[in-house]
Design a protein around this ligand. Structure first.
Ligand SMILES: Nc1ncnc2c1ncn2[C@@H]1O[C@H](COP(=O)(O)OP(=O)(O)O)[C@@H](O)[C@H]1O
Ligand SMILES: [Mg+2]
Length: 587
C-alpha cells in the first residue's frame, strides 16, 4: 500500500519553472497590488536605464510616460539614451526570468538579480494578455530592432511575436513599452515620489515625466558630473562560504593553491596566501581541483585566523554627504541640516557604506513620527518600511539625548526628516521586490553609528535652540518689569515723561548687555536658497491622506504576518491557561 503511494506521488513530481514559480508568487517581486505593480514596473525600467547609462559612461536622459488606457489599465513607456541592447539578447533580457549581467559580479548597481524587467513583462501579460514592445539601437550607424515579446512561463523562455527593423530617432538607446493593470496614486508611495527622490539622489540625471493626467514634469539635471564609476572587485576571502569555495576551486584555471588564492580573491597577496596555506597545513603548490571538502574546510578556518585587509572600496560609489544634504534642502525647507558619510565597512565579505542626512524644523509638522527616506544604491525604497533594517536602526537608536521625543522601540517624533542611504556591491534585500534591507548585524551596527553621529550634530543645534528659548523667556520676564521700575524712578526722582522713556531704553540696553548676545536660531524661510517649493509639492498629498496610505500598507503587512503571529499568541495563551489550571489543581 505504502509503496504504491510513493509511485503515485512520483508520477506527479516534476520540475517547476522559475517563471511559473514567480507567476504564482508575484508578491515576492513587488506585484502584490495594482498600486505597487505600476510603481514596480516604472522602477525596474528606470533603474535599468540608469544602470546602463552609467555603465556606458553616458549622461542619462530618461523619458517616462504613464498613459491611462481606462479600465484600470496603463501603458508605461520608458526610453533612455543608453548603450542599447544587442539584438540577440533582447528576447532573453525581457522575456526570461533570471537573466542579466549584474548577478555574477561584485560592483554597485541598482539591479542585481536579473529578474527586474522580465517580471514586469510577465505581470503585464498576466493582467492584460499583451506583449512587451521593445525598441533598441546600439549605435548611430546600426539599425534599430523592434520586438514584441511574451514569456512562455512553463519553460521560462521568450516567445517572440514580432521581430522587425524599427525606427529610433536617437543614435543609441532603448525604449520599453508595457501595458498592465494598475492603479495610479499620489503620495509617499507614488511614481511621482519615486522619480522625485531618484532625481534628488541622482543629480546627474535628466528625467522627463508625463503622468496619467498628461501633465509633463521635468526633473532637470543639476550637474554634468557623472558619479564615480564603481569598479568590479573579486570576492573577499573573509566572506566566502564552504560551498562557494569548493565551486571556485573546481572552476579555477590557476594551477596552484597559492595562485588561486592570490588571483581569485581580493586583498590576498603572496604573503597572505602562504600564511593561509601554512595555517591550513596544505602545501601552496597543491592543485586546486584536487582539494576536497575536508581541506576546503581547513582553508576556511585558516582564512578566519589570518589577518586580511578589508575589501577595496572603489567598488562602491556613495552619494556624498554634501549632495545628500543638498537634496534635502531642495525638497524640505528646514531650519537646520546636517549629514554624515561613514567609512566603508564589510558584511559577509561585501563592502558597503552608509550615509545619513537630517533636516530639522522649519516647514515640517511637529506632530507624529519623523519622516524617514530610505535609499539603496541610489534607488528610493518606498515600501515595506517597517521590515527594513534602516527603520529598525532608526527606531532602536535613542534620540532623546539629541533633542527628539521617542517612545521605546519606535521612530522618534518631531519635525524631522531623516534620509539614509546604503551603497553596496550586493544589497541584501529581504525579497526579490527589493523594498527592505535584511537585518545583518554589521549593517545595523554601521547604520546606528551613522545615525548617532548625525544625532550628535543635531544635538548641538537642539541644545542651542533650547538655551535660546529659555533665555528669551527669562528676558521677557525681566522686560515686563522695566516699565514698573521706570515708573518707580519717575515717582522718586520726579522725572519728566521723556526722561522716563530714555530710562526704559537704558534699562533694556543694560539687560541685553548683561545677558549677552543671542545665537541665531529658528526658522528663516529665506535662508535656504536651494528650496524649491514647486518641486517639493510633486507627489505629495495631505498629511491625512499620507497617514491613510501608511495605515493601508501596515494593514497589508499585518495581514501577511497575522496568521503566524496569531498562532504564536494562541500557543502562548494556551500555555498560560495550562499553567493556571495546574496551579489551581495543586491548590
Ligand atoms: N535599458 C537597458 N539598456 C541596456 N541594457 C539593459 C537595459 N535594461 C536591461 N538591460 C540589461 O538586461 C539585464 C537584465 O535586466 P533585469 O531583468 O532588470 O535584471 P538586473 O537589472 O537585475 O540585472 C541587465 O543586467 C542589463 O544587462
Ligand atoms: Mg533591473
Amino acid at each position: 500500500m505504502v509503496s504504491t503511494k510513493a509511485y503515485e506521488m512520483a508520477s506527479k513530481q516534476r520540475d517547476i519553472s522559475v517563471a511559473e514559480f514567480f507567476e504564482k508568487n508575484r508578491h515576492l517581486l513587488g506585484f502584490d497590488n495594482t498600486r505597487k505593480a505600476l510603481l514596480t514596473t516604472v522602477k525596474e525600467a528606470v533603474d535599468n536605464s540608469l544602470d546602463a547609462c552609467e555603465e556606458a559612461d553616458i549622461i542619462p536622459e530618461i523619458v517616462v510616460e504613464v498613459i491611462d488606457m481606462g479600465d484600470d489599465r496603463f501603458r508605461i513607456i520608458v526610453e533612455d539614451n543608453g548603450p542599447g541592447i544587442v539584438k540577440s539578447q533582447i528576447p532573453k533580457i525581457f522575456a526570461k526570468l533570471l537573466y542579466g549581467s549584474k548577478f555574477h559580479r561584485l560592483k554597485q548597481s541598482r539591479g542585481q538579480q536579473g529578474i527586474g524587467i522580465s517580471a514586469s513583462v510577465m505581470y503585464a501579460q498576466l493582467t492584460t494578455g499583451r506583449p512587451a514592445k521593445i525598441l533598441s539601437k546600439v549605435g548611430p550607424d546600426k539599425p534599430a530592432h523592434y520586438y514584441e515579446l511574451k514569456i512562455d512561463t512553463a519553460r521560462n523562455k521568450p516567445q517572440i511575436l514580432k521581430d522587425e527593423k524599427g525606427e529610433n530617432e536617437n543614435s543609441h538607446g532603448t525604449r520599453v513599452e508595457i501595458d498592465l493593470e494598475g492603479t495610479y496614486v499620489k503620495g509617499k508611495q507614488s511614481i511621482d515620489q519615486y522619480l522625485k527622490q531618484t532625481a534628488i539622489v541622482n543629480p546627474h540625471v535628466n528625467i522627463t515625466y508625463v503622468n496619467p493626467k498628461a501633465e509633463q514634469i521635468i526633473f532637470p539635471r543639476v550637474t554634468d558630473k557623472m558619479p564615480r564609476q564603481p569598479i568590479e572587485i573579486k570576492p573577499h576571502p573573509a566572506g566566502v562560504e564552504l560551498g562557494i569555495l569548493l565551486k571556485m576551486l573546481s572552476a579555477t584555471s590557476f594551477r596552484t593553491l597559492q595562485a588561486f588564492l592570490t588571483n581569485e580573491f581580493s586583498r590576498v597577496g603572496s604573503g597572505t596566501a602562504k600564511q593561509i596555506c601554512e595555517k591550513a597545513l596544505i602545501p601552496p603548490s597543491t592543485i586546486p581541483r584536487r582539494i576536497k571538502r575536508g581541506d576546503a574546510e581547513k582553508l576556511i578556518n585558516a582564512i578566519k585566523k589570518t589577518k586580511i585587509i578589508t575589501p577595496p572600496t572603489e567598488c562602491i560609489s556613495p552619494i556624498g554627504q554634501e549632495l545628500l544634504e543638498k537634496g534635502l534642502r531642495k525638497e524640505i525647507n528646514a531650519e537646520y541640516y546636517c549629514a554624515v558619510t561613514r567609512k566603508p565597512s564589510v558584511y559577509r565579505g561585501n563592502p558597503f557604506q552608509v550615509e545619513v542626512a537630517i533636516a530639522y524644523g522649519g516647514d515640517q509638522t511637529a506632530e507624529g513620527s519623523v519622516n524617514l527616506l530610505r535609499f539603496a544604491n541610489r534607488v528610493p525604497l518606498l515600501y515595506q518600511q517597517s521590515a527594513c533594517s534602516i527603520f529598525r536602526s532608526v527606531a532602536d537608536t535613542n534620540w532623546r539625548p539629541y533633542g527628539l521625543s521617542q517612545s521605546n522601540g519606535s521612530l522618534p517624533q518631531g519635525p524631522v526628516t531623516i534620509a539614509v542611504h546604503i551603497a553596496s556591491v550586493w544589497v541584501p534585500f529581504t525579497s526579490e521586490s527589493k523594498e527592505a534591507i535584511a537585518h545583518y548585524p554589521e549593517i545595523i551596527s554601521e547604520l546606528k553609528l551613522a545615525l548617532q553621529e548625525a544625532g550628535r550634530k543635531l544635538k548641538k543645534y537642539t541644545v542651542k535652540k533650547r538655551r535660546v528659548k529659555e533665555e528669551l523667556k527669562k528676558r521677557s520676564f525681566i522686560e515686563k518689569y522695566i516699565p514698573h521700575v521706570a515708573d518707580g524712578l519717575r515717582e522718586i526722582l520726579d522725572l519728566k515723561r521723556i526722561e522716563v522713556s530714555s530710562v526704559e531704553k537704558i534699562l533694556k540696553q543694560m539687560l541685553e548687555k548683561k545677558r549677552g548676545k543671542l545665537d541665531k536660531v529658528g526658522f528663516d524661510p529665506s535662508e535656504n536658497p536651494d528650496y524649491d517649493e514647486e518641486f517639493a509639492r510633486i507627489g505629495s498629498i495631505g498629511r491625512d491622506d499620507e497617514k491613510k496610505q501608511e495605515q493601508e500598507e501596515a494593514w497589508e503587512n499585518a495581514k501577511a504576518d497575522d496568521s503566524e503571529e496569531n498562532e504564536q499568541k494562541k500557543e502562548e495563551k494556551d500555555q498560560k491557561e495550562n499553567k493556571q489550571e495546574a496551579k489551581t489543581k495543586k491548590e
